[in-house]
Design a protein around this ligand. Structure first.
Ligand SMILES: NC(=O)c1ccc[n+]([C@@H]2O[C@H](COP(=O)([O-])OP(=O)(O)OC[C@H]3O[C@@H](n4cnc5c(N)ncnc54)[C@H](O)[C@@H]3O)[C@@H](O)[C@H]2O)c1
Ligand SMILES: [Zn+2]
Ligand SMILES: [Zn+2]
Length: 367
């Protein structure tokens, strides 16, 4: 079939929206008609050419939500008409990681996905016979996509897809960092560094876990306002003195849980140093630049602080995303404030510009 899609032709250049060919799904694959897709930093990171693993041409996009249109002969868990959220982090349910509750890093299709291919090593995307590679196994800046069955989460059909798409990446990452990775306990004190999509999700996750005090730290007053809406009890403008402030507010001990959602390694260090002596857990969700390292004084660890990393909030996508969407449908998560702009596929480059200008949290494409 013919689809319109936003193609990264050359790094550092605007995406070009054009017509492509999309082949039928293979036996274990699904054709999804996209309804909405968020524009995320990772798309821009790859488009800019900074991502060392990036390649072109490819169809970007990974925060997708849509409706199943057709399924391959061996697909059993989704059917035409189902509403789905796309997963760049799949869940095969069978690999050693899927069988272990400690991780969501499914091993099934990593290698091919990283190279831009579907699990059988080929693509469904092409242009005049020339192969176009997939991106993050999703390629959702397109009217339709073909994805492995194991990379789709079936969600409540009542959930509006313009909000559901945010659970494909940033929102689940933040919520999960607090709920799954850190497993924040009731009555605890939490500090969240960064109040973008991921940090705001972490604030909401801390609230849902029953944290008593949630301190959100950001440089932007607008974003701190949004953090209040998600349940932050204190909002601070970040700076060199943030660690001292946390210690001063916690009898000199530090916070039970800290979260890093800026991607800045200096802030990561602050997150470690403001975690509580004896049991404080610092969870890193931000992605640092290539080659950057995190400076940690070992004494902080000897005296009981711990550091965890969190990819997609340790959410096992097929099971976890529908549950998070259900929490939203039950009124426990306020998703609307995250959708700042609604744009068309043709305006996808404007989505990047808005993101660079830090104008709003997410631009969502309407197909
Ligand atoms: N671990 C994962 O699976 C995963 C998934 C998605 C995104 N990420 C990463 O998470 C990070 C956050 O993503 P996002 O979409 O929320 O980004 P964002 O840019 O919208 O938010 C980052 C926030 O950090 C704030 N900030 C910057 N410097 C700061 C400082 N010194 N002190 C306090 N706040 C500061 C900014 O004002 C901004 O509000 C990025 O690094 C992103 O790559 C990780
Ligand atoms: Zn993303
Ligand atoms: Zn697996």
């Amino acid at each position: 079939m013919k689809i319109r899609a936003a193609v990264l032709e050359e790094f550092g250049e605007p995406l070009k929206v054009q017509e492509l060919d999309l082949a039928d799904p293979g036996p274990k694959e699904v054709l999804v008609r996209l309804v909405n897709c968020g524009v995320c930093h990772t798309d821009l990171y790859t488009a800019s050419g900074v991502d060392p693993s990036g390649y072109a041409p490819t169809v970007l996009g990974h925060e997708g939500a849509g409706v199943v249109e057709a399924i391959g002969s061996e697909v059993t868990s989704v059917a035409p008409g189902d509403h789905v959220v796309t997963l760049f982090s799949p869940q095969c349910g069978e690999c050693v990681h899927c069988l272990d509750p400690r991780t969501n890093l499914c091993l099934a299709i990593r290698e091919q996905q990283g190279k831009g291919y579907l699990p059988d090593g080929t693509t469904r995307l092409s242009r005049d016979g020339e192969e176009i590679r997939h991106f993050m196994g999703t390629s959702t800046f397109a009217e339709a996509t073909v994805m492995p069955e194991i990379a789709l989460a079936k969600v409540d059909p009542e959930a509006p897809l313009e909000g559901a798409c945010l659970f494909a990446c940033g929102l689940s990452t933040g919520l999960g960092a607090a709920m799954n990775t850190a497993k924040v306990t009731e009555g605890s004190t939490c500090v969240v560094f960064g109040a973008g999509m991921v940090g705001l999700g972490a604030v909401a996750g801390c609230r849902l876990q029953g944290a008593e005090r949630i301190i959100a730290v950001d440089l932007s007053e607008d974003r701190l306002e949004l953090a209040k809406g998600q349940g932050a009890t204190d909002v601070w403008v970040g700076g060199e003195d943030t660690v001292e402030k946390v210690l001063a507010e916690t009898d000199g001990f530090g916070a039970d849980y800290t979260f890093e959602a800026t991607g800045n390694v200096k802030v990561m260090r602050q997150a470690v140093e403001s975690a509580r002596m004896a049991w404080g857990l610092a969870t890193m969700a931000g992605v640092a630049g290539k080659g950057e390292t995190l400076d940690v004084i070992p004494r902080f660890l000897i005296t009981g602080r711990r550091i965890a990393g969190s990819s997609f909030g340790t959410v096992k996508g097929r099971e976890g995303v529908p549950k998070l969407v259900d929490l939203w449908m039950q009124g426990k998560i306020d998703v609307d404030p995250f959708i700042s702009h609604r744009i068309s596929l043709d305006e996808v480059n404007r989505g990047f510009e808005l993101m660079e200008a830090q104008d709003g949290i997410r631009s969502v494409i309407d197909f």
